[in-house]
Design a protein around this ligand. Structure first.
Ligand code: PLP
Length: 386
């Protein structure tokens, strides 16, 4: 037998890129299947095929609403986080003139939407963050004026995992009567979200970051907000997101929401990973607040090495990680998040995001801690960055 083949078959596969997407839980996949071949009716149809699907759609909507303490008719199903972010911001500012406030560390779905709207004539303020990755609330308060149409600040950051105080931001916005949108794609199910207690008006969610299927998400839209739709040509989703519903996706999303996330287990593994790397490998640094970060994220800078080289060498060993956000992975621009935090070019380029989930194991982390020190040592030896 070819020895190479044998080796590759035996190689351990470790997925530490759950910030990009997660594995679908078997129970989710199982729940979805009947909606392709058995319950294939259109929820809008009056007959039994339709009403069965309509009933199940209603239950799924209630499941997701309950998870964030919303009402069922405040949940709008979309194609995912990107669409929810677009719908939230464009849907509020449409037909109005004024200002949008966001931060420099938002996901591209928010940042690029804001840049597009800036070209259309809206004023956009991109708030700075501090060295730990937090938006300064004083800056936010100062920026909100009578022209402000919407504030969009994410809950947990996808690159560094830092958690913003959205309850406080919600309070500020509600007091000043400004609409508040938060992208909670990374935090959903990992941190408790209560739209009422936190004074949230719009919340973006996505299924594939919580062991659900890709291509389905939701936007929480507070009752009476007067959001305008992006699409026309139907009546689905209260007219706010028309088109025949992705019913299998919606069923899968609701199933994923019902599952346990195991936050404490993930956090323990994450802490072992961070502690192990910082202890075993010199000249490494954790990016973003140590305390206020989501349970599954570790973003670490390795001095004098290129993040892309680390990624590729880990890939040879069967370990999947990411440099910055998945959307940035194909170009070599430094991360906008790390740059906003004041890291220099060298620190940005040598950064890796390790992101775990409930399927991650102690053996996965041990294996990483086994192979990574050697990889970094070798890369540093040949590094032109020294
Ligand atoms: C993944 C992600 C998105 C995009 O969600 P999709 O469902 O992939 O469109 C938006 N915001 C954040 C913070 C994300 O992590």
């Amino acid at each position: 037998m070819n020895p190479l083949k044998k080796r590759s078959r035996k190689m351990r596969k470790v997925y530490l890129d759950n910030g990009a997407t997660t594995r679908v839980d078997e129970r989710v996949a199982k729940a979805m299947l009947p909606y392709f071949t058995k319950y294939y009716g259109n929820a809008s149809s009056i007959h039994q095929f339709g009403s069965k699907v309509e009933e199940d759609l209603k239950k799924a909507r209630e499941t997701i609403a309950k998870e964030i303490n919303a009402e069922a008719d405040e949940i709008i199903f979309t194609s995912g986080g990107t669409e929810s972010d677009n719908l939230a911001i464009k849907g509020i500012v449409e037909g109005k003139k004024g200002k949008i406030i966001t931060s420099k560390i938002e996901h591209p779905a928010v940042l690029e939407t804001c840049k597009y709207l800036e070209k259309k004539g809206y004023e956009v303020k991109y708030l700075d963050v501090d060295r730990e990755g937090f938006v300064k609330l004083k800056d936010l308060e100062k920026e909100i004026d009578k022209n402000t149409l919407i504030v969009s600040i994410m809950h947990a950051n996808n690159e560094i995992g830092v958690i913003q105080d959205i309850a406080k931001i919600g309070e500020i916005c509600r007091k000043k009567k400004v609409v508040f949108h938060t992208d909670a794609v990374q935090s959903f199910k990992k941190i408790k979200i209560d739209v009422k207690k936190m004074n949230l008006d719009l919340v973006s969610l996505s299924a594939h970051k919580i062991n659900g299927p890709k291509g389905i998400g939701a936007l929480y839209v507070r009752e009476g907000l007067g959001l305008k739709p992006l699409f026309h040509g139907g009546h689905q989703e209260f007219g706010l997101r028309v088109g025949t519903e992705n019913i299998a996706g919606i069923i899968g999303f609701a199933e994923a929401v019902k599952l346990q996330m195991d936050v404490e287990k993930i956090k323990k593994l994450r802490d072992k990973l961070i502690g192990g790397i910082l202890k075993k490998i010199p000249n490494t640094k954790l990016n973003g607040s140590r305390e206020k970060r989501i349970c599954n994220n570790a973003n670490i800078s390795f001095e004098n090495v290129e993040g892309e080289s680390i990624l590729m060498h880990l890939d040879f060993k069967g370990i999947a990680v990411s440099t910055g956000s998945a959307c940035m992975a194909k170009d070599l621009k430094p991360s906008h998040v790390l740059t906003a935090m004041g890291l220099n070019m060298k620190e940005c380029h040598g950064s890796i995001r390790f992101s775990l989930d409930k399927f991650s194991t102690e053996e996965d982390v041990n294996y990483l801690l086994d192979v990574l020190p050697d990889i970094i040592k070798k890369l540093r030896e040949i590094s032109p960055l020294k």
